[in-house]
Design a protein around this ligand. Sequence first.
Ligand code: PMP
Length: 386
Amino acid sequence: MINKPLSSFFLENSNYIYADYNATSPISDGVRKSILEVLSKQILNPSSLHRKGQETRKILQDARDAVCGIIDVSSDKEIVFTSGATEANNLVMRGVTGFQYVVSAIEHPSILNSAHNPHIIPVNQEGIIDLLELEKILSKLKGNKVIVSVMMANNETGVVQPIREIAEIAHKFGAICHTDAAQSVGKIKVNMENLGVDSLTLSAHKFGGIAGSGVLVFNKNLTIEPIIVGGGQEKGLRGGTENVVAIAGLSAALQSVPDLLSKMNEIKKLRDQLESKLLNLVSSIKIFGKNSKRLPNTSFVYMPGVKSDVQLMHFDLNNIAVSNGSACSSGKIEPSYVLLAMGATKEQANCSVRISIGPQNKPQDIKKIVDCWYDIYKKNTLNMYK
Ligand code: PMP
């Protein structure tokens, strides 16, 4: 069972449609293989100075090289392994001291809740941050140490921000710029050098790795204090013996990024078909961020008059996994703050479902999702007017 590849999971569960890739991606076959290989050996402490410890340490070095190669990190950057993007975001936000925080209204909670008294940059109706407002906030904060944090792509809508421009504005005002690229790696090209940011986070389980493994990359001239202190691992920035198995998985997941990116055109075609079919069926729906640059796999769709939890339940009964926004908060039934920040009404924010597809989805999945969606719509609204 443990050796079964991912492809067999989907074959055996051919009735099950997974369309919740932004919550987590299925573990890829390459990652599974690499993890099993590491597990089949004795994993020792990578900080041990003996030969066997140093052999284990090589897994960490290979993963650092993979980060550098895949997201174009220059030698003036430090790479710290963490337990995920949440911890990496906390590390940079809490690790800088004496800074003023400027963050967008639609950041992930790991940024919003780790920024102390943040100045909030609003977004427009298409989910793009207001650059003039950013400039205004930064000019008011002149003379202070400032960190600007804007995510590269939003986990709910998929809207992609103009990070390079944002970093240029931040630097013009002497601020530093962080971006949370957790949703971007494996879906769009991430090139840290081109983005011009001072720090960046990523998370392995969003592109085929396993949850519990992430990275903070940051400029060596930035002083960051650890939030977890211990035995001095990760250059003293993250105490605790490294999770070698998960990091080996991260390394393998990074190797598969070019292959994932090569599939994104096909995935975008499927996503666009899905959206045009839904719009043809019910013209009063809304697809958030539709006119913006978006991740190719993501669609956040408002179904008039039908609460997202009702939709989710119906989808689930029909073997389709979708989400009502971020997985982190889907336990609570609250309207999406991301949609509210984009000017959506409470009803729209309460009645929207995120469909995020991936390489395992087939054209017939799109038909099934559309049929199921329309069935939910008819059952819950049309008979109200009979
Ligand atoms: N940032 C974004 C944009 C995310 O989508 C997520 C995962 N939902 C995180 C951070 C947190 O990542 P992790 O699960 O690795 O802590």
